[in-house]
Design a binder for this molecule. Sequence first.
Ligand code: NAD
Length: 495
Amino acid sequence: MSIVEHWINGEIASGTSARTGPVYNPAVGEVAREVRLASTADVDTAVQAAKAAFADWSAASWSKRQQVMFAFREILNSRKAEVAALLTNEHGKVTSDALGEVARGLEVVEFATAIPHLAKGEYSENVSTGVDVYSIKQAIGVVGIISPFNFPAMVPLWFFPIAIAAGNTVVLKPSEKDPSASLWMAAALKEAGLPDGVFNVVNGDKESVDALLEHPDVASISFVGSTPIAKYIYETASRNGKRVQALGGAKNHMLVLPDADLDLVADSAINAGFGSAGERCMAISVVIAVEPVADELISKIQDRMSGLTVGDGLRNCDMGPLITKEHRDKVASYIDVATADGATVVVDGRGIQVDGEAGGFWLGPTLIDRVPLDSRVYTEEIFGPVLSIVRVATYEEGLAIINASRYGNGTAIFTNDGGAARRFQREVQVGMVGINVPIPVPVGYFSFGGWKDSLFGDAKAYGQAAVNFFTREKGITSRWLDPSHGGINLGFPQN
Ligand code: NAD
């Protein structure tokens, strides 16, 4: 069986570890290949390669780094079908969704091509007589990136294009569940002219993550994953003196006001609840219906659900499998929890007809009404195709529920009342807000990140926030003496 290895110093490397883990094709339910699980020593080898490459790469001209990004963009764009095929094979998402993932990642590459402009400093002439002050942004060193299974291409692309364009060198630890896209991108970066050692991929599990968090030559950590791990990453990396951004889990609510267009709401709830089998951190998992619309809305959602097809992402289906058997079983177990807690299971996705192999990790779209707020179905992130309905009497009641959530990644309001929408955007305690838009993922030139337990640290991903995260600013005060300006003065210059 083939093994997905590491990528260190511009080439495939097996490292010293004999440990491997399984990589499944979730639509078939069988192990497709193995992935190497790095030792602490292997992580050190990658960090040393990145450290050695840093001196030259950080000193390369802005235009040189920009040109590599342009070349990488062309390769990724022209061969995105190859990446999409890897995503479908290892993650299970359907081809159209896999292509969409690459497209969202490409936005960040395109943004990074503007790095000479984005990382410009400021200049003030004559702040005091003959004295100028200016600022420059410099790379921070070797940056570590640790990514989750649900976006094997896009999440690494949220970070490394900007990190590299800004002059840093990278060690990426992808999810061990679907590692191949990262290796593909490593080879593409080399083809684009990136010097060896600037971008490295180390595959692994907790051992490699901990090695990155503790390595003295790693300047920063960018993490995306579940909330408990994000918190651990944030605390450990901070304790080790690193700059850290750790994006965590989510439980996203869609608030539906009585004046909303219920057909638009039903379409949006389906797209945002069941796209990518609900394995998106911006998926809608709770619809809060302000009465009296719940019954009508549920009937519209149910109608649409009956037309959804589930199966192998290579076929013409709407939704693929879940990532592993354990994850599928865990997600499915919430349906029993819902019944036990007194909720109404409107559509049960277990045992659905699929267009795929019997052994695939299938669970059909599931709809649960009247979910109690103290049920684990409501309080926990499910990360699968399970959509909950909560009924409320007023806007205020719905808003209070959203604001009481420990998570604050994304939310949406559906209404035709501009005043209500405007009030919601101000009052809601969530980092990304949609107004009649169910998945408000900001485009590449804004920044992505939630509030509360959905983001530890104060730095969002991509956009200008990332340029700041991956650079440090130096302030320079300079005086080129006019010969007439000599003399002793022990005070601060004042004019
Ligand atoms: P995860 O937390 O299990 O894994 C994320 C990364 O952490 C992986 O690389 C994994 O190898 C590593 N890891 C896992 N356990 C670890 C441990 N004990 N110690 C150190 N490292 C460990 O997350 P996942 O299941 O791969 O991804 C799904 C989660 O990611 C969901 O909670 C989802 O909401 C979240 N997510 C959040 C965002 C966001 O932007 N906020 C985006 C995508 C996914």
